[in-house]
Design a protein around this ligand. Structure first.
Ligand code: BES
Ligand code: ZN
Length: 656
């Protein structure tokens, strides 16, 4: 397919999020329906939801942003980006444009081509330094603001890697990670999800460049991209290095360093197009043209990041059994949720992630149904439901663990986060918005009458809010309007507890058919009483990778003495060397939590080979509990290889 074949959607320029004076989201009268929504449970109890984004210092509410154009000149020697950004704005008689920046050096600011005065204010943690640009006179209509700038070594969105630490060791590498509020360290901007606009993107580099848009052309060392769909700044991305691609579907290419591109292709090619088609059935046609993915070097701090047209993936997904593809389904689902329909404020993060996990698991369920049909299994729908349930059990266990770790009264365990200007969204990040959010949506699906009743709401919801922003109240408003005939059922939902109360939500009643075998094996270990000869490799032979994960998760809920841990290691010698990182991670955790010195050492070494925070952060935490000196020593050894976001969070976790 060529670029000209791709349908470019009709787009409206972004409007700052709906004006609701004094921030009473959901209290203003235009939302009459909303005022009725569970008024006794929800709205009247929480009069403080802000309408203004507390995580930006910019004056984004004074402007409509029509267009953004970002150019980056990548300087691998100096490890900086020389950047130039232009925003086309429109505001009624504004006198100033105030943008977010973080660790950026400003060279020049122009307004409609004429130099303008500016002040770069001192840093205010965690938000950075605001850049105040004085407009020569109040401007009616559209105007362009252009900033020429450099990033610095402290820039948190970017990681430069020397060629020695890449897989192929051929060229240095650069990649960005902007969510949640790191975009401001890569480009001066209105760094709030509340501002969405289309972008022209380009970058100059001696090595191949990928960005979050549709590739247009390459002229010399400069690569051009177009992002016609209005997107928030946190979705802007860049990567450059020795990168090559192979097809994984009719509209999809996987990119990575050449040494692992074939493995990456094998891992994803069987599922990619199926995922797309299933998601399209659940929601509506994929509207971004191509869906490509880049498998990054080990230090990429997340499992995946939904950069439009170019999902970023951790290399830990290449597990050689195609069983970690759930992350791809997840990032793909963000193409609708987050990227088309965007949260207005980070406090509503659950709307992005809870919904995305919901769609991810519906996709995996549909794949399982199709597979079961292909294999001629007796009850394919039932099989699919079991698979979905199994993921729910894994998710629930992780939610229990995470909430126990954070403390059941930790305010970040609420679904609505209520962030203030002192909160760093990175600190608020946890599994809670994912799994508690998912639990709420599954609860809704069940209460409303199951999938067949709930499913028509999905495209309705996405069509209502595509290209726009929304918050939790607008979601509720939409839900109540759509299910007007089921208001009684919705009113019975305890919104206050679900959205505004810390700790675990009510535990769903799980059918544990598939998990029971895992629980039985845990039981056998707890009753072993020194008789370890009964355990052999065969115990796990018929387990799927997910069942091994559930078995390990359940084992992790008990304390084991060193004799038992040694027996486990003897009976199942391949767990620690599995190519599936989800298994290795849990197995190390089990052995290290029991204080097995050999595993403390092995794991400390392993921590130098992964950068995905899901693994790195908990493993340093368990290690520090049994051997703090070793944890600190190895963190100091490996810290330079971690992404700046990961590094700073482990520093906080270890109290360094
Ligand atoms: N958008 C997130 C990653 C993210 C969240 C980055 C918040 C920065 C701040 C991405 O879609 C995600 O959720 N990734 C998960 C994948 C998993 C839930 C399948 C991850 O990284 O583990
Ligand atoms: Zn996500």
């Amino acid at each position: 397919m060529s670029i000209s074949d791709i349908d470019v959607p009709q787009i409206l320029p972004s409007q700052p999020h709906i004006d609701r004076p004094h921030g009473a989201v959901g209290f203003e009268k235009p939302h009459t329906q909303q005022a009725e929504v569970g008024s006794q449970h929800f709205l009247s109890t929480y009069p403080t939801m802000p309408a203004i984004d507390p995580t930006t210092q910019s004056n984004y509410r004074e402007f409509t942003v029509h267009q953004g154009a970002i150019h980056m000149d990548i300087d691998f020697d100096a490890r900086v980006v020389h950047g130039k950004v232009t925003f086309t704005l429109e505001g009624a008689n504004a006198t100033q444009v105030v943008l977010d920046t973080s660790y950026i050096t400003i060279h020049e600011v122009t307004v409609n081509g004429t130099k303008a005065e500016y002040t770069l204010h001192p840093r205010k943690e965690p938000l950075g330094s605001k850049l105040e640009i004085t407009l020569p006179q109040p401007i009616e209509g559209k105007f362009d603001v252009t900033i020429t700038y450099d990033t610095t070594e402290q820039t948190t969105a970017l990681q430069f890697l020397d060629k020695e630490v890449t897989d192929g060791k051929v060229a240095p590498y650069l990649f960005s990670q902007c969510e949640a509020i790191h975009a401001r360290s890569m480009v001066p901007c209105f760094d709030t999800p509340s501002v969405k606009c289309p972008y022209k993107l380009s970058a100059t580099s001696p090595y191949k460049v990928l960005m979050s848009g549709r590739p247009l052309s390459q002229e010399g060392n400069t690569y051009y991209f177009d992002q016609p769909v209005p997107i928030p700044l946190y979705l802007i991305t860049v990567a450059s290095g020795d990168i090559t691609g192979l097809p994984i579907g009719p509209r999809s290419t996987v990119y990575s360093e050449p040494v692992k591109v074939k493995d990456a292709q094998w891992e994803f090619e069987a599922d990619m197009e199926n995922f797309l088609q299933i998601a399209e059935k659940l929601v509506f046609a994929y509207e971004w043209g191509t869906y490509d993915a880049l498998v990054l070097p080990a230090s990429f701090p997340y499992g995946g990041m939904e950069n439009p047209n170019m999902t970023f993936l951790t290399p830990t997904l290449i597990c050689k059994d195609r069983l970690c593809v759930g992350v791809v389904a997840h990032e793909l689902a963000h193409s609708w949720l987050g990227n088309l329909v965007t949260l207005a404020l980070w406090s509503h993060f659950w709307l992005n992630e809870g919904w995305t996990v919901y769609l991810e698991r519906r996709i995996i369920e549909a794949i399982a149904v199709a597979e079961a049909k292909q294999k001629g299994l007796p009850n394919p729908e039932e099989y699919g439901a079991q698979m979905r349930l199994f993921s729910a059990i894994i998710g629930w266990t992780s939610l229990e663990g995470v909430i126990a770790n954070m403390g059941a009264d930790n305010r970040y365990t609420k679904l609505y986060l209520d962030l203030t200007p002192d909160d760093d969204p990175d600190d608020a990040f946890s599994q809670v918005p994912y799994e508690k959010g998912l639990s709420l949506l599954v609860h809704l699906e069940q209460k409303l009458g199951g999938k067949t009743v709930f499913d028509p709401f999905i495209p309705h919801y996405f069509k209502t809010f595509r290209y726009k922003l929304l918050d939790t109240d607008e979601f509720l408003d939409c839900l109540y309007k759509f299910f007007a005939d089921k208001k009684d059922i919705l009113d019975l939902i305890d919104w206050k507890t679900w959205l505004h109360t810390t700790g675990l939500p009510p535990k769903p009643a799980f059918d544990t058919t598939l998990a029971d075998q895992c629980y039985q094996l845990v039981d056998k270990w707890s009753k072993a009483n020194g008789d370890y000869t009964q355990f052999t490799q065969d115990d796990l032979l018929l387990f799927s990778s997910n069942q091994v994960v559930v078995w390990l998760d359940t084992m992790l809920q008990h304390k084991w003495d060193q004799a038992t841990l040694a027996a486990i290691d003897k009976a199942y010698p391949t767990l620690g060397t599995s190519s599936n990182y989800e298994i290795v991670f849990r197995y190390y955790k089990l052995q290290v939590a029991g204080g097995v010195p050999e595993y403390c050492q092995k794991m400390a070494e392993w921590l130098g080979t992964v950068g995905r925070m899901k693994f790195v952060r908990p493993l340093y935490q368990v290690l520090a509990k049994v051997d703090r000196d070793l944890a600190v020593k190895y963190f100091k050894k490996w810290q330079d290889s971690y992404h700046p976001i990961c590094r700073s969070l482990v520093v906080k976790d270890l109290g360094l």
